[in-house]
Design a protein around this ligand. Sequence first.
Ligand SMILES: [Zn+2]
Length: 317
Amino acid sequence: MYETATHTTTARRVGCLPAGPVAVTVHRYEGGPGPTVYVQAAQHGIELNGPAALRRLHGDLRSAPLAGTVVAVPVANPLALDSRSYLTPQAYDARAQNLNRAWPGDADGSLGQRVAARLWELVEGADAVVDLHTGTPDMLEHVRYPDGDGAARRLAAAFGAPHLMGDDDRGEDADGDGSTLRAAAAAAGVPALTAELANSRRIDPTAATNGATGVRNVLRELDVLEPSPADAPSPVRLRGDATPTRADESGLFELRPDVAVGETVDAGEELGAVYDPATYERRQRVTAADGGLVYSLARESTVMAGERLAAVARRVG
Ligand SMILES: [Zn+2]
């Protein structure tokens, strides 16, 4: 049953620094009976279009009839945001610098693991999770969901991003201490999606609007917001199991000028080269490890051996 939401804001303590506690702001919009949806942004401190999207959504959620509850954390990692840093600075946490590899967290662990554990309590109480991220300008806007999770796929498709990627949630998402929020939520039976909006480091009004529209679409799909007659356009369906292309050698990476995100490359196709900046020697002829649609490219030209230079995804369906 739809009821105008009651909005509350609380400061949730997530950890403690030497000088005192760290808290995150939690918005709770509670309407009539219905599912609880957990939405968070800015796990990575330079990904600002997530908080900007939630600010745009805030007015709607306060005034629209809701059947259910929306719990929104616009800045999940204030330590990284305040430092204008992608990761949590090492001074705060040398162990779990990437909050999005620390889920479901550890209440007795490092600061990042404690932050994740405190936020995980909100995730466990939810029926669906939306995690807002952004990529570099050289990444296609897309939504990811765990491959084989039908409920997550339905919500991811409803978000309405131009590209929809099923991910096997292995490889880069797995390490000893934890996993992505998406993978941890899926393992706990909570359907979760990751939205990769455009443009880290700055507010892009289009990306912020797309993020707000996407969350609104997910809430409509779950009938938390009243349905809208407009259907989202069909996305390009992708599968994120292709092998990324990496630097074998450190140096300066020069990308072939006509390669861009959104293009299709073949396995083995030359993508550029890594040079020794001092002797000019070519250290690596970079070829695509796999074929597919290029969705992410390295643009910061100083590369270290092992770093990802390009990521492609296969089209499906
Ligand atoms: Zn991110």
